[in-house]
Design a protein around this ligand. Structure first.
Ligand code: SF4
Ligand code: SF4
Length: 57
C-alpha cells in the first residue's frame, strides 16, 4: 500500500480494515502487508484518497 503525503492520519482506514492490519503511528501508517487480502476497503474508506495499491506482482 502506498500512502500519499497528504494523509492526515485520521485513522479512518485503520477502523475499516476487516483484518485490523493498519496501525496509525505518529507520522506514518503501518501495514501488515503479509496478511493483506487487497480487498481495498481501506482505499475506498479514505476521505482524501491518500491510499493507493502498489503494483501487483
Ligand atoms: S483514511 Fe486516509 S487520511 Fe486517514 S489515516 Fe488512512 S490513509 Fe491517512
Ligand atoms: S486492502 Fe483490505 S485487508 Fe488490506 S489493509 Fe486494506 S482493508 Fe485491510
Amino acid at each position: 500500500m502506498l500512502v500519499k503525503e497528504f494523509c492526515m492520519y485520521c485513522g479512518e482506514c485503520a477502523g475499516v480494515c476487516p483484518r485490523n492490519l493498519i496501525e496509525i503511528g505518529e507520522n506514518r501508517l503501518k501495514f501488515n502487508k503479509k496478511d493483506c487480502k487487497k480487498c481495498k476497503i481501506c482505499i475506498n474508506a479514505c476521505p482524501v484518497g491518500a491510499l493507493e495499491n502498489e503494483a501487483e506482482t
